[in-house]
Design a protein. Sequence first.
Length: 588
Amino acid sequence: MSTGIIKKVAGPLVIASGMRDANMFDVVRVSDRRLIGEIIEMHGDEASIQVYEETSGLRPGEPVTSTGMPLSVELGPGLIQSIYDGIQRPLEEILRVTGTNLLTRGVEVPSLNRETKWHFIPCVSAGDTVQAGDVIGTVKETEVVTQKIMVPPGMKGTVSSIAEGDYTVTETVAQLDTGKGKTPLTLMQHWPVRTGRPYQRKLPPSNPLVTGQRVVDTMFPIAKGGVAAVPGPFGSGKTVIQHQLAKWADADIVVYIGCGERGNEMTDVLNEFPELKDPKTGRSLMERTVLIANTSDMPVAAREASIYTGITIAEYFRDMGFSVALMADSTSRWAEALREMSGRLQEMPGEEGYPAYLGSRLAQFYERAGRVITLGKEGREGALSVIGAVSPAGGDISEPVSQATLRIVKVFWSLDSTLAYRRHFPAINWLTSYSLYLDSMAGWFNEAVNRDWMNCRNRMMRLLQDESELQEIVQLVGMDALSAPDRLKLEAARSIREDFLHQNSFHEIDTYTSLEKQFRMMRLVLAYYDECVKALNAGADIDDLVDLPVREQIGRYKYTHETDIAPAFDEVITELTKEIAALGKEAN
């Protein structure tokens, strides 16, 4: 353990001398107040320390003590339903201890409660040989989540003793004979946040992360274990989209990181999630959620740590074989914290003042996502999907954080302020967004939903692209200059936009759409277009086709309950055929 003294204080950066025996990324305690910090640079015996708490009042000469350990998180029962700050301090426990809802400096509270007892059920017996990643027992953490207690990475041996019972996270549940002595195993593990947890191998992204959001699942899907970016200007709906994905994505565990965003947005999450019913279990969504809250009024240096804290917790659940969805809102605020610390370290700035290593730090974060075969003899399959919001100033995605992110991620949901002002939500622009997972998952959609899925999806995209080109002509010479087939294309594209892509996240039924219903909605819109093309060729008038009464039924189909989607679909198709046939008779 190395001890030094403060030499200089510059905001969240503290320079300490006499730290020659300390190591990079060691956690240190600063001054008699024991503020928590992390060594981020070493020069001789001088250490540059990133302090994760308010540094006002610190002065040169005060002591700095290294703990000799890197910044780590505690992993075990008690994570689910918890609300942590950026360095995994439990906010509810701090409130209970201090009696104030303000973060008190220097308060030391364990991340996992040391008094709560958990019922441990063994999966192995004394004499069994185990290795890193093997499950030795289970703990039912909530009604929804059963945690698997695993042998920590780097350990293997023979179980010498193990017993069922009620234990705290620090009590020994088993003894492991490693050949060099007996090692106690507890319900809790420690893991350094800047190091990715190991696994056997990565799997290709072939299955979609179903979200129930039509513009995402149909047009620009994300794979399980994939990475996506949601850039957009203020007011375009980044946070609402992330809330929707957290609520409805086909994931067993949700880790939501509020990194540098406004406190009221995190408050919405805290108020909404306990009341929301999980569609898979019927219980509170909080029973499978971990929240990391490091809002804009909290220490700026802790924003950087919050991203790593969140993804390390997510990797822990991935290692159990769960599908985990991580929402980072937003990586721009994290990058701003990097820029501030880089400036205080007097490093050479890159574009717009961001450090030159911005791209590599983003890549290190996003590459920890993936669908993997975990450690252990049985080799469970787990997935960690990462969805990062980006908040470019003025919505300008040419700025460094957006561009560095786009070079890494494979799904780009481009939020458009113009769509948001028109009250079209989700405001994802279908002409500028993309998904590089589409081709690898096409076979899954065609097999699991309908063999015509990709054909319908591609036809709708072509109609939307044709609409964009025709709108330029309309703006120049007016609607009357268009031919009847082109006017029909515009109407079909309008139906796609209003009846399919537009989705009301606050409507009880429209907030989530199953893949089967999404396919039927595509079929309805395309059936209207195909039947109208036939009617036009038979001599029908375009104005009559535009004003068909059945169009209202097509538009209202999105509000049909899942149990009625098949009969309602048949009814709309029958009505459409009847009305088109009636127009055909009039034309003849």
